[in-house]
Each structure stands twice: as structure tokens, then as C-alpha cells.
Design a protein around this ligand. Structure first.
Ligand SMILES: [Zn+2]
Length: 440
């Protein structure tokens, strides 16, 4: 059954491949098993009517008619578009990779002027890509870890910067290592005044309770805020379970969203997983500057201290995430792509797999990547569900992701802002033309 369906979906996807420009107005996605993510169980054999960028009706197959075209998916599974809540951006090619892998919304964690332009390019349709939520440039202390950061050392400077970032259109303020307590307080206060969420790392000089006072909207990665993460100048491997449980309970109680980026740690510690990544078709399409110097250069030598540290980080990240799941904490999936061995879009599938491996039920992992992620943005008009009136950002899958979360990787087509894109047409968008440079 699975094989037959797979073959049918493939054939039909090719039959109905049309250029995006030809698709406006109304059309029908026919015969889907719909995973609505409203809390209701999946509904078999549904037709979804889409007009412009929205879902206008969902009915049993055969009931709806349209003068527009019909895309048959023959019992494929349809889920809401996925969110990757922690990425960095380089090229337009990467934007296409996200969409091709069903990631229709991304939260970009380090903004700059050219990314602001990219966001408007996508919003006005000139550039093909997912919906983008762009956080501000990093607010770093002195000395900055990243050369492009402007160090922030006084509360006055923090207020001015937040004011500027708000007026430039960034949607969150990203705090980073090296901020002092008075600078952090001024940053959080000013961000609140502009209704901007504060997201990012826990600065080194700040205690967890000092940070929680400022109500951070998300805490990125798993790291320095874990007691004994780093001790005696070495990466710790054996944080006592009770400490992880206590921290998880405190974060759950405070309602802080954690984006643990398990895939980031997993890739630096797991050679088999890196080999799987190398076999992904996107791997060879990425610029050699990324997959070569950057990714290969960052890969620890087997048996080295770096390899040991990477294993310990990954183990502790997974243990802490397991404790946070058990405590009922808020967890959203993010990858930190394109950091080493994280292919834009594909890495989100890996992140969901790792969350499930850490004890999250597949339904909860899928909710985290759709309805929970959408709720984090707080836009009532975009709930991350498949319902009448909602934006038509959908992913067509060969098989049921609630049965096995790895099925989120079997994407046969995507609907982005109401436009149908078959896997073949999506691939053309990220695949470099023969003979051209991989970089865009
Ligand atoms: Zn990051």
C-alpha cells in the first residue's frame, strides 16, 4: 500500500507541475489525509479548497468543485507547514531548501541590514522562500565573540540600540554572551516598551534567576545555564540527574520556551548521522565554502578532546531535554542551520527525530513544529493549523508522520502562501544549473 501510494504521488506530482506564475486564484488539493493539528484526529479523504493565500473550505473528497485546477494527491498525508525556530541565513538557495523540505516558516536568529531586505523581498514575492521572522543583530558585551557585533557596554547604549532595531523592523531582540546585569535590564525594559520579545543566550555573567526576572521569550540551545555544564576547564559529561530535573522544573514553572537545538549537538558528535547528511541531495548543492572549510573543518577528530567534549554536550543536551519534556516545559524545534552538518530544511526533520528520541511523543513533536511554534509568534491569524480561514502553508507527505516522525522527510509537495509546488519544481529552485557555481 505504502509503495503504491508513493508511486502514485510521484507520478501525479509531475503531471501537475506548473510554474508558480500560472497559479493564482482558486484551486483544489484533492484526496488528502489531513492532520489538522487542532487536536482532532486525522481526517481521511479530504479536499482542500485554496483561494489566493488561504484555505477557504475543507470537505469530504468529491463534494467541492472549482473552476481552477485540481491537484490530486491520492491519499497522501497533509500537515501544516513546519517551523524551524533557530536558523541563520546566507543565500536564496537556502531559502528554497527550507520550503522544499516542508519548512514554510523560519525564525532567523541574527539579523542584519541585508537580511531585512531579503525579508521584504520574500514578503513582496520577488524572492522565493519561507515566511521569515527576523531577530535583531546580536547584543553582545565586550569583547564580542563575533567581529560584526557592536559591543554594548552601557544601559544607555542598550536602549538606543533596541530603539533602533525596533524602528528598523526586527521582530525580537537577541541577547548574547558578555552582557552585564545593568545592560541586560535596560535591554529587556526597552524591548518591553516596544513589545519585542527578548530571545537568545543566557549571558555568562548572569544567573538564571536574574534572567528569568526579565521574562525571556526563548532560551536558545542547551549550554551554560546547565549547572556544571563546564567544570574545571572541561566539558562535563556527568551532570547529576537531580540537577537537570530541578532546572527543568524551574524553567517549566517560569514558562520559558527552550529551543534546545539537539540536532546541532547530535551532528557534531555522531559520525553516522554526518554520513547520512552527506548522502542528502542538498549536500552537494551547498556552496563548497560551507560544506568544506566550515563543516569539515569543524568536525572533531575521532578520539580527540574535541570529540569527547562534543559527545558530552550532546548527551547532556539530550538528558536535559528529556527532563524538560517530563516536567511539561515548553520546547520548540530549532536547528541552528547552516552550522556544521545541518542542511537547511532537512535538519528540522532530524531535530524532530531527536526530540522524539528524547522522549517526546510524535504528536507533540509535530505540534511543536506547527501549532506551538505559531502560538509563540502570537499571530492569531496564523495558527499553524489546517482550518478554513487559515493561511495555506501545507506540506504533502507520503506517509503518516504521527505513526513515525521520520515521515516528515518524505515531502512530495508543498503549498506556500497558497501556491502549489511539487517536489520536482522545488528541487529546481535549489539545484544549481549544470556547470554553474554552487553558490548563489
Ligand atoms: Zn544560532
Amino acid at each position: 500500500m505504502f509503495q503504491i501510494r508513493k508511486a502514485l504521488v510521484g507520478v501525479l506530482a509531475v503531471l501537475f507541475m506548473l510554474p508558480a506564475a500560472a497559479q493564482s486564484g482558486e484551486w483544489l488539493l484533492r484526496d488528502a489525509n489531513v492532520v489538522t493539528m487542532t487536536g482532532a484526529p486525522p481526517i481521511a479523504s479530504q479536499d482542500i479548497l485554496i483561494r489566493d493565500s488561504r484555505i477557504v473550505a475543507i470537505e469530504d473528497t468529491g463534494r467541492l468543485t472549482t473552476k481552477g485546477r485540481v491537484v490530486e494527491v491520492n491519499g497522501a498525508w497533509v500537515i501544516p507547514g513546519l517551523h524551524d525556530m533557530h536558523v541563520h541565513l546566507g543565500t536564496e538557495q537556502m531559502l528554497a531548501m527550507y520550503v522544499a523540505n516542508g519548512v514554510t516558516s523560519i525564525r532567523v536568529m541574527n539579523g542584519n541590514q541585508s537580511l531585512l531586505e531579503l525579508v521584504s523581498g520574500v514578503a513582496d514575492g520577488g524572492i522565493f522562500g519561507p515566511n521569515i521572522f527576523l531577530a535583531s543583530p546580536l547584543l553582545e558585551g565586550q569583547p564580542p565573540l563575533w567581529p560584526q557585533s557592536e559591543p554594548v557596554t552601557t544601559p544607555e547604549q542598550a536602549r538606543q540600540l533596541v530603539e533602533r532595531y525596533a524602528s528598523e523592523g526586527y521582530r525580537a531582540i537577541k541577547i548574547y554572551d558578555g552582557l552585564t546585569a545593568p545592560v541586560l535590564a535596560a535591554t529587556a525594559e526597552e524591548a518591553k516598551r516596544h513589545s519585542l520579545p527578548v530571545v537568545g543566550h543566557m549571558p555568562d555573567a548572569i544567573e538564571l534567576e536574574q534572567l528569568l526576572v526579565h521574562d525571556p521569550a526563548s532560551l536558545e540551545h542547551v549550554g551554560g545555564y546547565l549547572p556544571g555544564w563546564f567544570s574545571g576547564g572541561r566539558q562535563a559529561c556527568d551532570i547529576p540527574e537531580w540537577q537537570l530535573t530541578r532546572l527543568a522544573g524551574r524553567l517549566a514553572e517560569a514558562g520559558v520556551t527552550v529551543v534546545p537545538t539537539l540536532s546541532l549537538f547530535h551532528q557534531s558528535s555522531n559520525a553516522d548521522s554526518r554520513e547520512l547528511t552527506r548522502a542528502q541531495p542538498e549536500f552537494n548543492a551547498l556552496p563548497p565554502g560551507i560544506t568544506g572549510q566550515f563543516w569539515l573543518g569543524a568536525t572533531p577528530e575521532p578520539g580527540s578532546e574535541r570529540a569527547r567534549a562534543a559527545n558530552c554536550k550532546s548527551r547532556n543536551a539530550e538528558r536535559f531535554t528529556r527532563a524538560l519534556i517530563a516536567a511539561g516545559g515548553s520546547i520548540l524545534p530549532g536547528t541552528d542551520s547552516p552550522n556544521p552538518w545541518l542542511v537547511p530544511g532537512r535538519a528540522l526533520h532530524l531535530e524532530l527525530e531527536r526530540l522524539v528520541a528524547a522522549g517526546m511523543p510524535p504528536e507533540q513533536a509535530l505540534a511543536a513544529a506547527t501549532v506551538d511554534a505559531a502560538a509563540w509568534f502570537g499571530d492569531k491569524d496564523r495558527r499553524g493549523t489546517i482550518e478554513t480561514g487559515q493561511p495555506a502553508d501545507l506540506v504533502v507527505l507520503e506517509a503518516n508522520p504521527l505513526e513515525d516522525i521520520r515521515h516528515v522527510g518524505a515531502v512530495t509537495g508543498v503549498v506556500i502562501r497558497g501556491q502549489w509546488q511539487s517536489q520536482a519544481s522545488l528541487r529546481q529552485r535549489w539545484q544549481p544549473a549544470a556547470g554553474s557555481e554552487a553558490g548563489l
